[in-house]
Design a protein around this ligand. Sequence first.
Ligand code: ADP
Length: 750
Amino acid sequence: MLEQALHMLKQVYGYDRFRKGQEEIIGGLMEGKDTLAILPTGGGKSVCYQIPAMLLPGTTIVVSPLISLMKDQVDTLGRLGVSAAYLNSSLDAAAYREVVRQTVQGAYKLLYVAPERLDGTMFESLTSQLHIPLIAIDEAHCVSQWGHDFRPSYRQLAGWIGRLEKRPPVAAFTATATPEVSSDIAAMLGLRSPNIFVTGFARTNLALTVVTGTDKRKYLREYVRQRPDQSGIVYTATRKEAEEVCADLTKLGVAAGKYHGGLSDTERAEAQERFRFDEIRVMVATNAFGMGIDKPNVRYVVHWQMPGDVESYYQEAGRAGRDGEESECVLLFEPQDVQVQRFLIERSTADPERRAVQLGKLYTMMHYSRTEKCLLQFIVGYFGEADVPTCGKCSSCLDQSEKIDLTEEARKALSCVGRMKGRFGVSMAAKVLKGSREKRLLDFGLDRLTTYGLLRNWAEKDISDWLYWLVAEGYMRISDGEYPTVSLTTEALPVLEGKVTVLRRRSTAVRRRSEGAAAGAENAPLFEALREWRRETAAREHVPPFMLFFDATLKEIADRQPVTTEQLLAIKGVGAAKAAKYGLDVIRIVRSLESGARPEAAADSIGEGAGGRTGSPEAGRAASGSAGSGERRTADAYPEAAALLAETAHLATHAQTLALFRHGLTLPQIAGLRGMSRVTIENHLLRCADEGEEVEWNAFIPGEHEALIVETIRRVGAQRLKPIKDELPEEIDYFAIKAVMAKHRLGSAG
Ligand code: ADP
């Protein structure tokens, strides 16, 4: 039997040997075993059912959801001399009837069918007249709710198979199934003790790379420029990005094309054809592109943004190197992309269960972007294939950067998560380690944990990043579900017991702040340069420096060194308005002081965000206008402020005050704009602080008196304000006292 199969492989396809798994799968099917085969894209699934179909008497039914793929397959088989046809909605009634007629007469060895067709009476009557030796189900993960591409029409399959008079063996194929999805497929299709194959996921001709913290536009330009003769795909998350990236490459003289759901069918078909014929060298596309494409010589796939799950990523990336030649897959990852995917998930489904599944998958994708393990092993392991050696060519395998010992920090984090007993998520754990005063945290009494505030000197974002890294490395796990919680795995124990050390590559490691200092020592010059710039600009605009950016924001800029508007916007305290107004300046300073400075790169790649729309001079004045005057103004007097008001209108009233304050408005201005008393506005800030928000109290505290105020409160007690005020110099107002209390957590003066 297998000799015959090998003969077919040579004779029909012209291939000398089977790929991993093919032989076993074909052998099982020929013996009549139900089969579940999980092979990666390009792994050669079609051969697995086409060869048995040719060898067995009768007509094999192939269920496939992809109309374009069906046509391709039937055409290809035709050229190989194998008779095949398809039934789907692209046929008109007459053509449909003709295919049915020919099928009954035994004209085809394979009949491809769209799942929607299975329920039609015509189809039922057709199958009752046929000898069906095998049913092959392509893209079988579509039957599973836990998969990433559930299609309700697939749910009809089990019913239809059950109604067949003589049930033939059923073979389910997919490129993307986790162990959980596999068992669901087997159950939903009613497979009978199937042979299960998970194999060939390790596409060893693919070099996987994750690139993070880079200027994507610049990176891509350079990347494409260095591969002038190669065909590649760039995947973006949105149509708009596809348009922009395509335009950018075209400007460089690259033969780029675009493909997304916003184009007409003809435009898309034309783009696809031109890509196939290498007239388009780089296709910039959303995930609408690729279903059913079998272009063998795609040399690279670059993801402009992280997709929502590993399944999609590997499927899309796997379109590189289908001819087996060395090819590259690059994922450009920025932490804020996670938010984009989260948003897409929330918009795409209202079903909480589906949403939870998708969010779980998103976390795994995020771990891929952060892991220091072999990237190929990571993916292959995700699909349930074990014992694959490290690839030796992914960005993790090639990372030679020094490893830093973070055992102590790991123990702090793990012991904190351990104490939280799996009841909270990563962000709450980060808050506890940070020592946040957020209300929810206090309500749960988490400030009483001994681990509270253990990483006080880290930025909260960096703590989260650290926790996710520990998850990616297997020390902790995140539960599925809409409110995923974090807990320890057994791997954590040896760390907690001090038996193993935890090393992290410098390339991915958090830059730790030096205790108390303005910024990490290595960034001190940058921080100073930013402060100097702020001082000058503020003087020019006649506003106090903190109205531009708070120290904390400058510190974070110095730490993270953003070089694009996108990165700048990810920094706490930088909103759209400030990025537009000051982004260009800030990025220029960052670049000029970057380690191994690239001064020529000052402005060319900043993007429309900061470069194009520099804020109007009015905007600056709006913020400075009537500082301290307290007079009532309408929003019209400050064009930027009006926009800010509208932008923040959805917030709770006290949160809106804080947002305006963070944008640089003074309290009298906010009071004026909102038509509220100054005291109300002050109370808003106090309430925000109670709820755990950080408020820049220094803005209200006369620095030279701060120590005195603290000392007085300690001495007189914090129960009543008046006695404190009486002890202090006249010019110190009540709010300054309250600000000191809040800043130093000296208890409330009710
Ligand atoms: P899948 O459906 O798993 O994505 P295909 O069945 O389209 O993959 O196969 C991918 C490519 O590999 C096709 O061009 C196919 O002809 C080729 N192929 C399949 N089996 C073999 C083999 N044993 N040797 C060489 N090439 C093969």
